[in-house]
Design a protein around this ligand. Sequence first.
Ligand SMILES: [Zn+2]
Length: 233
Amino acid sequence: MITPSRETIAKRIKAGWEPERARKRWTQSRPSRKRNEPSRSWKLRNGSNKSHDANMPLATRPIPQLSEAQKANFAKKVKKGQQDECWPWVASRNRKGYGQFAIQNYPVIAHRIAYILEHGSIPNEAPHILHRCDNPPCCNPAHLFAGTNEENIKDMVAKGRSAKGDRTGPRLHPECMPRGSRHHGAKLNETQVVEIRRRRKAGDFLRKIANAFMVSEATIRHIIAGKIWRHVP
Ligand SMILES: [Zn+2]
């Protein structure tokens, strides 16, 4: 707290300020708040004792009660269309394309509010709000349904949004995945692997090749079958 200067205090007293009352108000009427207890303002706007946890994932965070003004503000940002059409969020979107809305600086995902305005609340046992249309900015309540975390993941996989094929980590960042002779446990290198395959094609016995390269016969078999060193042609 900034302590006001002597002049400021004199000015305030002249204007009718009572220092004793102010001091009392500061020290006595202020209930002490325990660590980790939600602030009073949060309780007021959320109507619950549930803490506003900034670490809670946006996708399942509880949403505070909306005032009429906030509801009107929300409606302005949704471009309503026909009942079967998507109603896109026209205001700001997050990185994944979902609409974002702030309730007194508390960030929430727009389509979750659309669901609440239609159904009253989000069921506790199904805290995710999913899109039937798979269109992230869509806020048409007819396209939304509540689901569990598993349902959300299943839905993501079914609609092809999960990381697979060329979208997996090792494909996106091959430099992070040491293959072949870059692997710390590698017993062979790329040239040797090419040579092993050539020899086998020429009709050499597995045992003979294994001895020549000082690896097991199983290793040679796996190389020939393409189970290991698959990235080497
Ligand atoms: Zn839609």
